[in-house]
Ligand binder design. Structure first.
Ligand code: HEC
Ligand code: HEC
Ligand code: HEC
Ligand code: HEC
Ligand code: HEC
Ligand code: HEC
Ligand code: HEC
Length: 627
């Protein structure tokens, strides 16, 4: 009998039927339970209503926790932060509480932490089984198909470490949330490397600072059982043994195993550099980027600053190490580029840092994130203009996307051509200087009328010139981090050389659109209490053309009028027959994602309107065809 029950429970785990799982009165019966939720087995939705639909086809971040764990509060706050940005990065957030029969307490706990993400209750034993739960606080990431991508058990994060930061680092690895740990170089800023003591053979200690001062140091976090770690160390060892780098840099490997195992490992490997054990996590805790995954390498220059960070190890990384170490050691540094394909921006940055900093501040650097946000990263119709080398030999390819991740985004080689042709130091030939017409043709290959909002070459070209970000050298790290996170905010979306004239001027020629618009929330906003209560810096959301010629605060520009979506109309009414975006932005034939949504998001952005769902909302906005 007992056996039967167990079997039934197991079956239920794998194939929960709609009734058994969603019998709660406030839960909507799901049409099609998405695979990850199926795996997670929600028994008792407590935050009603639980909308299973929205987890379909989404990456899911799941926190399984007990409120008895001392770090549960911090984890719940972190999840709420993730909940806030989930739309931007196209994932969903779910809590799974494993405090049996303590619903009220759990709900209260979440309320106390201002947590509003959906929460399910689970029997701890069932959760332990279905999730392989280690301890009573763990974070999981499931991919769109419901497969487990990675998991992190809180018990494995040492108590000295900043817990929230470790969670950020963990999530950022699978879902690029844009989190920048304190030990990551950013826009040319090199953070100071942590300082710790190294044991010497005679039993005394020396500070690693003494090493930094002598020559560049590579610190590698590793474990003796990890193959990539051994590859990386063997590679670095071969550099130290070879003629080029002999005596020019140090390597310190930090093993996360106990001294005995580490000693055995050292004996077997015979490296020419020390391998030190970090059993108490006192060293690894000093590096915010390190959240347990190995290998992770840091290259530190002679002033003790972190010059580069490497996660994992691959053949490509050898080329990066060569060039980075040659640079820091002052050796001749001919570029190592892919002789037949695209090389990737992480190589170019080594020698073209100034250009790279400016590029990082353009939308081109984040172009892949945009298709990812729309869940279209596997759609060739979208990816083509948002990656580097599409359709070219050795360029980005969807069918090999894991190996081509280094070509995501519109990189250097999208404009300059593959490095093996473009880089003068690689080819030995000064590249042909493109004429302005040639540049324009290149831009227009992606910035088509359909996909680009008012692409005016003369106005846009200066934004991509590498001198455009010249003030950065004098900025602090904090200022740079802020700049990087804010660069996407656009204020001159339309860039039309016209003035705003107000919806009343459009009425006489566009009666139909005017009548339809008058019935929408946008017209009503002119007199809404929310608009009246908006602080000055948010007035633009409730008005038209805020801050531009003819726009708000000019009288009659209250409310979200025609020109908030179509751009300023002065030139258009003077010349209604003239076509092209410089006159009025038509939107009829535009790509919804690339153009129309961009306009909506200036007001319905993730901070102001986190619930905004473009695909749904746009249908209520369209001007229905004239009868
Ligand atoms: C190891 C160093 C190194 C790397 C890596 C490197 N370059 Fe270069 N690159 C140079 C040097 C040196 C020059 C020559 C500069 C000069 O003569 O003015 C150069 C020149 C260029 C030029 C011509 C500049 C001009 O004056 O017109 C372009 C374009 C260029 N590189 C692009 C790239 C791209 C794209 C990548 C990455 C795929 C890259 N480089 C990687 C060192 C490098
Ligand atoms: C390979 C395709 C491609 C090419 C070539 C290209 N772009 Fe873009 N560009 C894009 C995409 C995609 C975006 C949108 C980025 C995003 O997703 O946010 C963009 C965005 C921009 C932006 C807005 C960025 C910002 O930070 O506000 C400017 C300006 C721009 N491009 C100018 C140019 C110019 C000038 C050229 C030619 C010299 C050019 N682009 C060539 C694809 C391209
Ligand atoms: C012909 C090239 C091309 C194709 C194909 C294309 N895009 Fe774009 N996309 C662009 C360009 C160029 C921009 C920049 C628009 C501008 O000029 O501001 C852009 C912008 C975007 C943005 C807005 C980024 C922002 O600044 O907020 C999103 C989102 C986006 N594209 C998604 C998509 C999706 C989804 C598809 C497939 C349906 C797609 N793109 C297909 C070229 C393209
Ligand atoms: C949107 C197109 C675009 C992208 C992307 C781009 N560049 Fe450029 N780059 C230009 C233009 C335009 C020039 C100026 C060429 C001229 O004056 O004829 C230029 C000039 C250069 C030069 C010559 C020296 C200089 O600074 O003027 C180098 C080197 C260079 N780029 C490297 C890079 C690297 C490295 C990246 C990636 C981090 C990159 N570029 C990304 C358009 C681009
Ligand atoms: C004097 C008459 C007149 C006025 C006033 C006028 N329009 Fe138009 N508008 C036209 C004509 C004519 C067309 C072209 C229709 C066509 O191509 O079929 C047009 C086309 C448009 C289009 C479509 C453009 C395209 O490329 O598809 C938009 C959008 C538009 N107008 C918006 C506005 C807005 C917003 C205002 C007020 C600021 C306005 N119009 C004022 C006459 C006018
Ligand atoms: C919230 C954004 C928004 C506002 C406000 C808005 N429109 Fe539009 N308009 C659109 C979109 C999106 C389209 C593209 C066609 C569609 O989806 O209906 C469009 C299309 C048009 C067209 C072209 C119709 C066609 O099929 O080519 C005209 C003309 C136009 N709008 C005029 C106006 C006028 C006049 C007003 C103000 C009374 C106005 N619009 C207000 C978003 C807006
Ligand atoms: C100039 C700012 C602005 C622009 C541009 C804009 N909206 Fe709005 N929209 C608002 C404001 C303000 C409201 C009132 C509700 C609020 O405060 O969020 C609103 C309300 C709405 C509503 C009614 C539902 C609700 O939340 O009350 C829809 C639907 C909507 N917008 C869709 C769109 C779409 C689709 C676009 C792009 C085509 C767009 N909006 C562009 C500011 C804007």
């Amino acid at each position: 009998m007992r056996k039967k029950i167990v079997a039934a429970v197991l079956l239920w785990l794998v194939f929960p039927t709609a009734e058994s799982v969603y019998s709660q009165p406030f839960a909507r019966p799901p049409v099609n339970v998405p695979a990850p939720v199926k795996r997670i087995v929600p028994h008792q939705p407590v935050s009603a209503p639980f909308d299973a639909e929205r987890f379909k086809g989404k990456t899911i971040l799941l926190l399984a926790y007990s409120i008895d764990n001392p770090r549960a509060g911090e984890a719940v706050k972190f999840m709420q932060d993730m909940y806030r940005i989930r739309g931007e990065y196209n994932f969903e957030v779910l809590g799974l509480n494993i405090n049996d029969n303590r619903t009220d307490e759990v709900v209260k706990f979440n309320q106390n932490h201002n947590a509003t993400f959906p929460l399910l209750l689970e029997n701890p034993k069932v959760a332990a089984k279905s999730l392989n739960l280690a301890g009573d606080l763990s974070l999981y990431i499931f991919n769109k198909q419901g497969g487990l991508m990675s998991s992190l058990a809180a018990v494995n994060i040492p108590p000295q470490k900043n817990f929230t930061q470790a969670l950020h680092v963990f999530v950022n690895r699978s879902i690029k949330t844009g989190f920048i740990p304190a030990d990551e170089p950013v826009l040319g800023d090199r953070p100071m490397a942590p300082v710790f003591d190294l044991p010497k053979l005679d039993g005394t200690k020396m500070s690693i600072q003494e090493l930094y001062a002598m020559m560049p140091v590579v610190i590698v976090f590793m474990s003796p059982t990890c193959g990539h770690c051994r590859d990386e160390l063997a590679f670095l060892n071969s550099l130290l043994m070879g003629d080029e780098f002999k005596g020019k840099f140090f390597v310190v490997a930090v093993s996360r195993f106990n001294q005995e195992q580490t000693n055995l490992f050292i004996k077997q490997q015979r490296y020419s550099f020390p391998v030190i054990a970090d059993t108490d996590n006192s060293i690894s805790s000093l590096f915010p980027s390190f959240a347990g995954s190995v290998p992770m390498g840091f290259i530190i220059d002679r002033s003790g600053r972190i010059y580069a960070k490497h996660t994992g190890f691959s053949g490509r990384m050898m080329d990066l190490y060569f060039m980075e170490l040659r640079k820091l050691c002052g050796l001749p540094n001919k570029p190592l580029l892919n002789p037949k394909g695209y090389s990737g921006q992480d190589r170019c940055v080594i020698c073209h840092e100034k250009e790279h900093i400016q590029w990082s501040l353009t939308g081109h650097a984040d172009a892949f994130k945009s298709v990812y946000r729309k869940g279209r990263e596997d759609d060739p119709a979208c990816v083509s203009c948002h990656v580097t080398g599409w359709g070219q030999q050795g360029g980005y390819a969807i069918n090999d996307k894991m190996n081509r991740r280094f070509l995501e985004g519109v990189q250097c080689e999208s404009c300059h051509g593959p490095g093996y042709e473009a880089c003068a130091a690689f080819t030995g030939i000064k590249p042909h200087k493109k004429s302005s017409e040639e540049w324009k043709a290149l831009c227009l290959s992606c910035h088509t009328e359909k996909e680009s909002l008012n692409f005016n070459f003369a106005r846009r070209f200066p934004k991509v010139l590498h001198s455009a970000a010249s003030g950065i050298a004098s900025m602090s790290r904090e200022q740079r981090v802020k700049l990087l996170s804010e660069h996407k905010r656009k204020n001159d979306l339309f860039g039309n050389p016209a003035a705003y004239i107000g919806a009343e001027s459009c009425k006489k020629c566009h009666e139909h659109e005017y009548a339809q618009w008058s019935t929408t929330a946008h017209a009503a906003v002119a007199h809404s209490p929310a608009a009246a209560a908006a602080p000055p810096e948010k007035k633009y959301r409730f008005t038209t053309g805020s801050g531009s010629p003819g726009g708000y605060p000019a009288p009659g520009r209250e409310g979200v009028q025609c020109e908030a979506c179509h751009g300023p109309g002065e030139r258009h009414i003077q010349n209604p027959e003239k076509k092209g975006q410089d006159y009025i932005v038509g939107l009829g034939g535009s790509c919804d994602s690339c153009v129309v949504e961009q306009i909506c998001r200036t007001c319905h952005g993730p901070d102001d309107d986190p619930k905004f769902k473009f695909e749904q909302y746009i249908e209520t906005i369209r001007h229905k065809p004239q009868q």
